[in-house]
Design a binder for this molecule. Structure first.
Ligand code: SAM
Length: 254
C-alpha cells in the first residue's frame, strides 16, 4: 500500500474504532452474551486483518471470511507475527454463501467493512450476515457512499461521471470505476431495516481526508491528529455525513 493510501486508511480506521469501542463494551455487558469475556466476531471481507488482528489482541475470537487467497495469506502472516493464531480462524468464501460457513446466531459481533460493495445481491448478503448474529448481537457496517463519488467527480471536473454516479443504480461513475457498487445513505438504512436490524448510529467516515491536500494526511503526526479530531467532530452531523466517502453504520439484531 502506498504511504498516502496507508495514511488515509489510518484516518478511516481511527474514526471507525472510536465508534466500535463502546459497542464492544456494550456487547460484553449484555447478559444475552452469556457473560463471556471474549466475543465471537465474524469479519466478512476481513481481508488482511486490519480489524481482526487488533480484536484478537484484545482477547476476542475472530473468524475472517474472505474470497481472496492473497488476502488470507497476508492475514496468516500478520496473525502469526502478532502471536494471535489461536484466536483467528481464516475461511475462504464470500458473503454470497455465508450460510454455508457460519451457523445462525453464533456471533456476538459482525464486521462488514468495505465488502458489501462487492456482493452480487447486497440485500440478501446483509440478511444472511445478520442471521449469523445472536439476538442483541451487533453489526458494524462500512460501505461506500454514492454521494461522495458524485461530489468528488464533480469537483475534479468529471461532471459527466458525477451525473452517472448520481443516476446509476449501482452508484458507479462509469465503466472504469473500480468499485462495483456504492450506496445512498437512506437506501443502506432501508436495506438494514428490511433485513431486521435496528440501526443505532450512522457515522460519516472520511468526510475530509480524501479532499484535503496530501500533506495534511502524510505530514506531521499533529496535523493528522487534528484531522482525525475534525473527522470525529463531524462524523454524526447529517450535512457532513451526507458527503463522507464511507458510511459506518452500527446496528443490532433485536
Ligand atoms: C476494501 S477490502 C476491505 C478489507 C477489510 N474489511 C478492511 O476494512 O480493511 C474489501 C475486501 O472484501 C473482500 N471481498 C470481495 N468480494 C467479497 C465478497 N463477495 N464477499 C466477502 N468479501 C469480499 C476482498 O477480498 C477484500 O479483502
Amino acid at each position: 500500500m502506498a504511504d498516502l493510501t496507508r495514511a488515509r486508511s489510518s484516518v478511516r480506521t481511527a474514526v471507525v474504532w472510536e465508534a466500535l469501542r463502546p459497542a464492544l463494551d456494550d456487547l460484553l455487558a449484555d447478559p444475552r452474551g452469556g457473560g463471556r469475556t471474549e466475543l465471537e466476531v465474524l469479519d466478512v471481507g476481513g481481508g488482511t486483518g486490519g480489524f481482526a488482528v487488533p480484536l484478537a489482541q484484545s482477547g476476542h475470537r475472530v473468524t475472517v471470511l474472505d474470497p481472496s487467497p492473497d488476502a488470507l495469506a497476508s492475514l496468516g502472516r500478520r496473525v502469526a507475527e502478532a502471536g494471535v493464531a489461536a484466536q483467528v480462524r481464516a475461511v475462504q468464501g464470500d458473503a454470497d454463501n455465508l450460510a454455508a460457513v457460519a451457523a445462525p446466531g453464533s456471533f456476538d459481533l459482525l464486521l462488514c467493512h468495505g465488502a458489501l460493495e462487492h456482493t452480487d445481491d447486497p440485500a440478501a448478503s446483509l440478511a444472511a450476515a445478520l442471521a449469523t448474529l445472536r439476538p442483541g448481537g451487533a453489526l458494524s457496517l462500512l460501505a461506500a457512499n454514492r454521494n461522495a463519488a458524485v461530489f468528488a467527480r464533480a469537483i475534479s471536473g468529471h461532471v459527466v461521471g458525477a451525473r452517472h454516479a448520481l443516476e446509476d443504480p449501482t452508484g458507479r461513475w462509469g465503466a472504469s470505476d473500480p468499485l462495483p457498487r456504492r450506496f445512498a445513505p437512506d437506501d443502506l438504512v432501508a436495506m438494514l431495516e428490511a433485513a431486521g436490524a435496528r440501526v443505532l448510529a450512522i457515522h460519516g467516515v472520511r468526510v475530509f481526508s480524501d479532499l484535503v491536500p496530501s500533506g495534511v494526511v502524510e505530514g506531521e503526526a499533529a496535523a493528522r491528529e487534528d484531522l482525525v479530531a475534525l473527522e470525529s467532530a463531524v462524523a454524526e452531523l447529517p450535512a457532513f455525513r451526507a458527503i463522507a466517502t464511507q458510511l459506518h453504520v452500527l446496528a443490532v439484531r433485536p
